[in-house]
Each structure stands twice: as structure tokens, then as C-alpha cells.
Design a protein around this ligand. Structure first.
Ligand code: R5P
Length: 376
């Protein structure tokens, strides 16, 4: 048991030296936060918060930041330049491969990430951890039977390893098995359970509330959520007769006396899943209020119109999303949408990795009541 973490979620060399009699030494080298253009907004928030915590703890540790390190040449090639010495550093490289607020494509952003990784590697960074909260291509995790698609998620892992990456931090990836594509490389898959338990803590134990999984993929997650907050759970059966159409054939669960539904899902893409599910909950299960927690909002397709219509006509009261993907103004201005910043989680995770401490200890685990102190 890591006694220090039971009291302090943020670690400094001074605190370690005091509590464990260690020397003032940082095992992994100087802390560096680097970011490609699309990852810079989040990286900046993380650096600000990290520095504030160092300051609060009275630590002399420092953190070097190198933001917006990628440029495009006129022929569209990507070029990465590091303006500072990085040799021997413990580098955390931020990128948002999907960024609906900029003109760069996922492929350009991924390429920038790979080139930046290689730049850090060739210039002597001791450790390179990618921070990619939304892991693009994770949905292409298996070849389909009839249309001869490749396992593209595996290819992305191979490219990252070849570029020189030696650790990865992601937020609630579409499928957890993807971890195996990275072989022996540590991958920290931060799950959003801690966030949603915190967000919906006021509903704990209420017998008029039901937690709903939109499909089989979300059921395990919703079950953990339901157990943590002592709520009944339901699971919907979903299929897509064609790409943009979603049908919820049934919702399995005990809806007697239920008035409020909390839906949790990993992502909103076009919003078809949420649309079909909420309509069915209202029309067939007599649900009057709906709350939605989603890890990634892609800001694409009809999602904006659908959420607005669900809010106006189908009792959708609040949508909680994160900035794992840079959010467009359009979504951020919707009064019933709350965008939670991931910086608090990332600061704690980076701090724990930097000091070679357990990351999972600062996240919710079933059976452990002590969870991350959230200051969102
Ligand atoms: C599916 O497996 C995912 O968990 C989401 O439910 C899905 O990707 C959402 O897509 P859309 O918003 O287009 O229905």
C-alpha cells in the first residue's frame, strides 16, 4: 500500500523526501509538457494547474512547456521544431487527433503526433508519453468480415511504437482490448467512472432513478456506475439497419416507479443512438427527466440539432461531456451542455507517472470509497 497516496494525491520531491526519507531526486528526468497545435489548449491548462499545485505545495520542482510545436509547409508537409533542449526529459506529448475547431484532418494530426514523438526521441528525451485523450481510430479495432478492412487501430499502435513512443495516456477509449496492440508499452486508460460518479453523486440511492446503457458495450460501465451510486440499471438493445440509422429494439430493466434516467455512453457521434434511446425511454418507459454523461463528443453530423430537439421536447435536462476533443463554440453555448475539463485528471496522472507512483490509486475503484478529490 502506498501510504503517501492515502493522504496526498499530488506528489512532490520535497513531500517524498519528508515522508519516506528519500533524497531530493526526480527519477525520470525533468518534466516536460510538449504539444502539437491541436493538443495545446488542453496542455496549457494542465501546465497551469500543475504549476499552481507545485506552488501550493511549496515545491521547487519545475515544468517546461513547449506548445504548438508543429507547423505546416506550403505543400502541406508537417514540420516539428523543438525550441528548447529536451535531452534527459520526462516528456508528455499532447495531441488531439480529432479537432473540429481547426482545419487539420485526423490523419494530419496523427502524423504531427508521430513526427513530434520522433523529434523528442531523436533529441534525447528520456521518456515519451503520448497524451491523446480521444484515441482516434480506436473504433477500427478489428477487420470486418466481408469488406476487407484492416485492423487500423493496430497500425496506429505500430506507428506510435516505431516513432519512439514509450507510454500512452488515453481517456475512455472505445474498446479496452486495444491495449494489447501496444505490446509491453504501458497504456494508462483513464476511465470516466470517477467523473460521472462525482457528477451524479446527488442521485445516490434514489429509487426513482435508473442508470441506462445504450448498448451492450456500455453495460459493464453502467453496472459499475449503478453499484457505486446504488442505482438500478437497464440496458438497451441497439442495432443499425444502415450507417446513420439507429434502432433501439428494447430496453431491458425494471422501470417501475422510475422517473429519471441517467444515460452513460463513450461517445456522441451523429447523436442517433441518444436520439433513439431517449425517445423510447420517454414514449415507452414513462421517463420524464433525462441526464446524459458522455466521454467524447465528436461535434459532427446531426448531433447538435438532435440534442437541442431532445432538450426541447423529450426531457433531456443536462448533457455532461468533456474536452477530450476540442469542443466547438456551438456546443459550448448550449445552456444544457456542461463541458468538463480533463486537466484535473491529467495533472494527477502525469504527476503520478512522473514520480513512479500508482495512477489507479487516484481514480475510483469498486470497493474503495476514497476517490480523487475533484475540483472541476
Ligand atoms: C457505439 O458503440 C458507441 O458507444 C456510441 O453509442 C456510438 O458511437 C454513438 O454514435 P452515434 O451518436 O452516431 O449514434
Amino acid at each position: 500500500m502506498d501510504s503517501l497516496t492515502e493522504q496526498d494525491h499530488f506528489v512532490t520531491v520535497e513531500a517524498l523526501a519528508r515522508k519516506e526519507g528519500q533524497e531530493l531526486a526526480i527519477p525520470r528526468g525533468r518534466l516536460l509538457v510538449a504539444a502539437c497545435q491541436s493538443g495545446s489548449q488542453l496542455a496549457e491548462k494542465v501546465v497551469k494547474r500543475y504549476r499552481a499545485l507545485l506552488n501550493h505545495m511549496g515545491s521547487r520542482e519545475s515544468i517546461l512547456d513547449l506548445l504548438n510545436i508543429d507547423k505546416r509547409f506550403s505543400d502541406s508537409e508537417t514540420c516539428v521544431r523543438l525550441e528548447e533542449h529536451v535531452s534527459g526529459s520526462d516528456a508528455f506529448l499532447f495531441q488531439a487527433p480529432f479537432d473540429p475547431t481547426r482545419e487539420f484532418s485526423i490523419d494530419q494530426n496523427y502524423m504531427a503526433f508521430l513526427i513530434a514523438t520522433r523529434a523528442l526521441r531523436e533529441h534525447g528525451a528520456r521518456h515519451i508519453t503520448g497524451v491523446m485523450p480521444y484515441l482516434a481510430y480506436a473504433r477500427q479495432d478489428k477487420p470486418t468480415k466481408f469488406t476487407r478492412e484492416p485492423t487500423t487501430a493496430r497500425l496506429m499502435a505500430d506507428l506510435s511504437i516505431t516513432a519512439g513512443l514509450d507510454r500512452l495516456i488515453v481517456w475512455d477509449p472505445h474498446c479496452n482490448q486495444i491495449r494489447g496492440f501496444y505490446g509491453a508499452m504501458p497504456v494508462n486508460m483513464l476511465e470516466s467512472l470517477t467523473l460521472f460518479i462525482h457528477e451524479f453523486r446527488n442521485y445516490k440511492g434514489r429509487d426513482d432513478v435508473i442508470a441506462v446503457a445504450p448498448d451492450a458495450g456500455a453495460s459493464k460501465f453502467v453496472t459499475h456506475f449503478g453499484r457505486a451510486l446504488n442505482l438500478t440499471c437497464a440496458i438497451a438493445s441497439k442495432y443499425r439497419p444502415e450507417p446513420e440509422t439507429v434502432v433501439i429494439s428494447e430496453i431491458i430493466g425494471d422501470f417501475r416507479r422510475k422517473r429519471i434516467a441517467i444515460i452513460l455512453d463513450d461517445m456522441i457521434s451523429g447523436g442517433g443512438t441518444i436520439d433513439a434511446l431517449i425517445r423510447k425511454l420517454v414514449e415507452e418507459k414513462n421517463i420524464q427527466e433525462i441526464y446524459l454523461g458522455v466521454s467524447h463528443n465528436l461535434c459532427v453530423g446531426k448531433a447538435y440539432e438532435r440534442l437541442k430537439a431532445l432538450h426541447q421536447n423529450f426531457g433531456l435536462k443536462q448533457v455532461i461531456i468533456t474536452n477530450s476533443i476540442p469542443q466547438t463554440k456551438q456546443f459550448m453555448l448550449l445552456p444544457f451542455v456542461t463541458v468538463r475539463c480533463l486537466s484535473e485528471f491529467l495533472v494527477k496522472t502525469i504527476n503520478r507517472i512522473h514520480h513512479e507512483r500508482s495512477v489507479s490509486q487516484v481514480f475510483y475503484r469498486p470497493g474503495h470509497e476514497r476517490v480523487l478529490e475533484l475540483d472541476l
